[in-house]
Design a protein. Structure first.
Length: 127
């Protein structure tokens, strides 16, 4: 295997991820969500989209799979990934403590399987 092929694959995957997130942002905006932050990154975790709708602060994970993939986009949200999202959300809330006073919190997943976009609301909690 050539060393530059991996870098090329990583770059292609990152572009596809960015495209999927852009689709998810448009989808959420059309449904009345206000996008607060995109790609909130902390050591050990990331949240793709943080949005607000009707007094709810929503942490959104975006997952995509091309048609014909063996695993659906929803199935690709592993327990380890959930823990990383929760960790990042806790750190976001620690930086913005007033958010918990003003809003309830929810974790959603937006999946893109081929051309199909699905919004899964309230997928997991902090417990």
């Amino acid at each position: 295997m050539f060393f530059w092929r991996k870098k090329e694959e990583d770059s292609r995957g990152r572009r596809k991820g960015e495209e999927a997130e852009a689709i998810a942002v448009r989808y959420l905006k059309r449904r009345g969500y206000e996008i607060i932050v995109r790609n909130f990154r902390v050591r050990g975790g990331e949240i793709d989209i943080i949005a607000l709708k009707k007094g709810v602060l929503v942490f959104v994970e975006v997952r995509s799979r091309e048609g014909g993939s063996l695993v659906s986009a929803a199935e690709s949200v592993t327990p380890r990934k959930v823990q990383r999202i929760k960790r990042a959300a806790k750190l976001y809330l620690a930086k913005h403590p007033k958010a918990l006073e003003r809003f309830s919190v929810r974790f959603d997943v937006v999946t893109l399987d081929g051309d199909r976009v699905t919004h899964h609301e309230d997928c997991f909690s902090f417990d």
